[in-house]
Design a protein around this ligand. Structure first.
Ligand SMILES: Cc1ncc(COP(=O)(O)O)c(C=O)c1O
Length: 465
């Protein structure tokens, strides 16, 4: 079994709960009522990295905004990627209320109309991505849906191994942690995870794990690297010879965008070795990257897609494991036996969310607004030596901070300073790998709101320098 050395923060934020800068931000901003509730929260919940103890208390979430107990409002450019249609979208809330009155739960042995409608809608989306008919299962959370995908791949191939990326996050369950590649979720005293969970270095051109160079705009020099990252996937699949599935995010949430041709090469390697390709689109799906599925950018056809997070409209938890219909081969097992498998209320929330995304043209809007934001970030890069690279697709944007552009040394301390300064000025986002400012605004963000957010960032970067 692969083992992962401790290497500090990867895709998640690292151990930010205990940073001195966070403590001084709290000393400056929190009132006594907030402190009292934070103390009760800290006393009541098990402590764990990147959640409890908490930073602040939230009392309202609406549109792109969150509001704390002291009435301070922040644009939420993080939102755990649940808020594609904005928090508390009226159509989603109305659909939930009306479904609560009509039918609030469906025990598993009964079909429920909303769940069927949602399955058909997502199945049609999968067909337009892959050309194949789909069958699917719903789960309560993304981690569970990832585990359904792994079990299905095992059942369909008769193999048990998986190949996934170091530094990836796929959820907190044992199976999901096994295919994940972050020490935060799999290291230390947690002990052995699933056998056969093999890992490979991911694509990540600006910081290519294989040491290949990029041009001044962070683009790979394919004539030199010859897609070494994809060749390594093929190498491992061939050497192992019995891997059930490759599981990965089509665009890494850090973010890192795949080099051109990457997923085609991996798809070919999968086909050559009888391996399934599973795309985890839990944060990137439903339009985040400016296409309904992030995989569309690369033209690669997965066998299984996993969706979650924003599917419940930022209100209810629901995720989906969508597979090509030919993989419906395990009807005598119960590998996705979840209590809320056909919950009509969460299905109604998801249907309303999909309608909002389509009616409001949010996928196209994300593509346009993201391109505009990326151009502005590139302009900021020319002025701020702290910025080593900017990259993204749609509304998945990253600003890689460095102390030295040539050495590309990660500027984690500056990233933390920018984060807390931005929070004070009304913008919330996440830092990834310690030094990448990661912006994942809702798809309803307007041009004006984006301009305001990037103005805040611009000012904070100037101060941090
Ligand atoms: C890529 C990816 N996969 C899986 C998950 C797990 O989803 P959940 O938290 O709903 O279990 C996440 C959550 O952040 C994610 O980003």
């Amino acid at each position: 079994m692969s083992s992962l050395p401790h290497h500090g923060p990867a895709q998640s934020e690292g151990d930010v709960n205990h940073s001195p800068r966070r403590a001084s931000w709290q000393a400056e901003h929190l009132d006594s009522a907030t402190r009292a509730l934070l103390a009760r929260d800290s006393a009541a919940f098990l402590h764990q990295s990147v959640s409890t103890p908490c930073l602040d208390v939230i009392v309202k979430a609406e549109g792109i905004w969150i509001e704390d107990l002291a009435g301070r409002r922040c644009m939420d450019f993080h939102g755990n990627n649940v808020h594609h249609v904005g928090y508390a979208h009226p159509d989603v809330v109305a659909a939930i209320k009306s479904q609560l009155d009509a039918l609030s739960f469906a025990p598993r042995r009964f079909a429920s109309q909303r769940a069927v409608e949602l399955a058909e809608t997502l199945g049609a989306r999968f067909k337009s991505l892959t050309g194949s008919d789909a069958k699917l299962l719903f789960t309560t959370g993304g981690s569970d849906a990832v585990e359904v995908a792994i079990k299905l791949a095992r059942a369909a191939t008769g193999r048990f191994k998986t190949l996934s990326f170091w530094d990836a996050f796929h959820g907190a369950g044992f199976g999901a942690s096994s295919v994940g590649g972050e020490s935060l979720f799999r290291g230390g005293r947690i002990g052995p995870l699933l056998p056969g969970s093999e890992h490979v270095a991911p694509f990540g051109c600006y910081r290519c794990p294989y040491g290949h160079p990029v041009d001044a705009d962070g683009r790979p020099r394919l004539e030199q690297c010859k897609l070494a990252c994809a060749s390594m996937v093929r190498y491992v699949l061939e050497r192992e010879g019995d891997v059930a599935a490759v599981i990965a995010e089509p665009a890494r949430a850090v973010p890192f965008i795949p080099p051109p041709g990457y997923w085609h090469a991996v798809r070919e390697a999968c086909d050559a070795t009888g391996t399934l390709l599973i795309f985890d689109e839990i944060p990137t799906g439903l339009g985040k990257t400016g296409r309904f599925f992030a995989a569309e950018h690369d033209g690669a056809k997965p066998d299984i897609v996993v969706l979650g997070k924003a599917l419940g409209g930022g209100v209810l938890p629901i995720a989906a494991c969508i597979a090509r219909a030919g993989l419906d081969v395990a009807g005598d097992y119960a590998f996705g036996h979840y209590t809320h498998e056909k919950n009509p209320v969460s299905a109604a929330a998801a249907l309303a969310t999909l309608q909002v995304i389509e009616r409001e043209g949010l996928v196209e809007h994300a593509a346009r607004l993201g391109a505009h934001a990326l151009a502005r970030l590139q302009e900021m890069k020319r002025r701020h030596p702290l910025i080593g690279d900017v990259r993204g697709r749609g509304l998945l944007l990253g600003i890689d901070l460095v102390t030295d552009r040539d050495a590309k040394s990660p500027a984690a301390d500056a990233a933390e300073r920018v984060l807390y300064a931005a929070l004070s000025r009304g913008l919330s986002f996440k830092t990834t790998m310690g030094n990448v400012l990661t912006l994942t605004p809702p798809l309803i963000t307007t041009r004006e709101q984006m301009a305001r957010a990037l103005d805040i960032l611009d000012g904070c970067l100037a101060d941090a320098a």
